[in-house]
Write a protein that binds this ligand. Structure first.
Ligand code: COA
Length: 142
């Protein structure tokens, strides 16, 4: 599915059903995507520092968010693009929009398996001593 992509910042006007559809297909949002828990997804996105959505016309094709104090640190989560729209630069566009104006932040993120090079190409480097604690079992933890 090719065509012009428009990036929007913020949660105003987001159709939560459409965002739920996206994350149901892509997964992410701490497993609330697969469970299609629209209320938790809405709360999580409205509590975020910056939200970017990607659109082809009226169709939501991708999204991502930054959680941050705005001064020191930020963490990028839930960058997802519909499978039919991948490898067209949409993911990169979402990341660039999220980080625009936040170049002063020390930014963390975790890649999903197989997408490490996507982040590497955006300038991210593997952290030598990063630790994580999950509220459930995860294949991402040693
Ligand atoms: C990861 C994801 C967001 C990438 O989105 P995308 O729109 O396909 O990525 P882009 O087209 O913007 O790719 C940007 C660059 O990264 C490369 N790239 C993208 N995915 C890649 C992958 N899995 N492995 C290697 N390179 C990859 C592209 O080829 C492109 O390279 P180029 O700049 O040299 O042309 C998308 O695959 C996705 O939604 N995956 C499922 C959800 C997920 O796991 N998200 C990550 C959460 S941490």
């Amino acid at each position: 599915m090719s065509g012009m992509v428009q990036y929007k910042t913020g949660t105003d006007g987001i159709d939560w059903e459409a965002l739920g559809d996206l994350y149901e297909k892509v997964g992410l949002v701490a497993q609330f995507g697969k469970k299609r828990d629209l209320e938790k997804i809405r709360q999580a996105f409205q509590s975020s520092y910056k939200v970017v959505t990607a659109w082809k016309g009226v169709k939501l094709v991708g999204a991502g968010r930054l959680i941050s104090d705005g001064l020191c640190y930020g963490t990028v989560y839930d960058v997802g693009v519909l499978e039919s729209c991948r490898r067209e630069g949409v993911g990169k566009g979402i990341m660039e929009a999220l980080l625009k104006g936040n170049e002063h932040l020390l930014v963390y993120l975790t890649s999903t398996f197989g997408n490490e090079d996507f982040y590497r190409k955006l300038g991210f480097k593997k952290h030598k001593t990063a630790y994580a604690k999950y509220p459930h079992e995860s294949e991402y933890l040693e």
